[in-house]
Write a protein that binds this ligand. Sequence first.
Ligand code: SIN
Length: 533
Amino acid sequence: MESIYKSDVVIVGSGISGLTVAISLYPRKVTLVTKRKLGEMSSSAWAQGGIAAAVSEEDSPQKHFEDTIKVSAGLSDENSVKEITEKAVSVVNFLEKIGVIFDREKGELSLSKEAAHSQRRVLKVNGDQSGKFIVEKLINYARKLGHITFVENVSIDHITKNNNNECTGVIGHIHQDQIVDNIVFFQAPNVILATGGIGSIYAYTTNPRDVYGEGISLAATAGAELVDLEFVQFHPTALDIGVDPNPLLTEAIRGEGATLVDENNNRFMKKIHALSDLAPRDIVSRAIHDLKMQGHSTFLDCRKFNSNTFKKLFPTADKYLKNANINVEKELIPIIPAAHYHMGGTKVNMDGMTSINGLWACGETSSTGAHGANRLASNSLLEAFVYAIRIARKINSLPIKNYAIRSINIKNYLPKEKTISKVRAKKYIWQLRSTMNKFVGVERSDKTLNNAFVEFDKIEREAKNLSAKLKDMLLVSRLITFAAKLRKESRGTHYRTDFPNMNTNYNQRKVLNINDLNSFLSEKEYDKKVVNE
Ligand code: SIN
């Protein structure tokens, strides 16, 4: 059975960026498609840190700009950084208008300090529950406006285009009842991808399991340009107790004085960076990774906190620790770096448009250049808001297109063969995630990247008929690994043990597309190298 929705704008994803763009398009009629219930399984709702904004008297957008540029290791787009840091206060005003109540102390906004910020500038809601409360407010506000058609429980499988490289819609399937041929065609000249990042292609991640790069896979398959894919940020303090995904222990805990130690209570960061435990994330993650490789254990030490104070400041972390039977006042907390945020993604311009006319992207799916090779903490929600609003403003300035309903030939979009069972898919998905962690993780080299390609081929061969999810994950993993191979230097979150220094020959952002990957794969160079080693 085929259903057709015709509208002017279709938004895919219901995290902060998807909801914000939908709200900001008011009163233009839009359709918002989401895989689960609204807001469910989005990284946004799990965000603990909050929103970075220069709101204190000592601070300024210029200082925020400088901190962002410094952390980005020479690869950010200054226009983009300027835009997000200058618009931060208007984003805070927008959120207060829709009912978000930021934490205050004696009437003043209470601001957290996070890694590599020169000022206290992170606004939060109920301690570490910013994402949860902001998403709730956005959903309530979006529902009231009345211009949005919400369609839940639909997975998007294809982007459709015409011969002029213009986007004409998206095709998906309703997955609630497992009926494969329940195809839905969302016909629209404007499609906005807002499906989040890629964390779950890694074995250790702080992201929900639905966050595995669907947007990148869709955009890549449609031929869109991608950029900065090699830059994956690992959060240094994910709770390491064998739970998948790894519960995040917000950086703000260190901002309030918690420290990092090894099994001998040695504060290892002191020797590594002047900012010690609050050094940029890539440096802290690498330090922890190296210690673990040498057989050490690594911990977050929160023993200086009184348990009630800890619970008040960090209710989410407190719940995770209680579930793990860890007593913050008495015990060290085991931690591991986990894939947390992707600076790379679908390349967009200042209006959020991709290289395909009518295809837009925002939030973690996109790469605006605001983060470069490394993201400053709590700049991600800020960027998501700023660009979602920019996309809406641009689309609202365009005339509504009048076009005829177009039928599609469903047979072209049904899987040709039966896909593998969920149980088998799970096994290969785990194999893939472990490969990414082992070979394309905090540290990489030509050798490990070649090994990753060989493993990807093996997974594809053995799994035979891939599930849609496994197919997306494989494509995104190959794209990231390919980008990591091309950058023969170390910069920001991309650390190559075979090229440990930054190299000015690589001062540009690396743009690539699916054809580049396919020609690389067809040569099978990596296979020859692994065989010869
Ligand atoms: C955190 O709370 O540590 C995460 C904040 C962020 O990733 O920006």
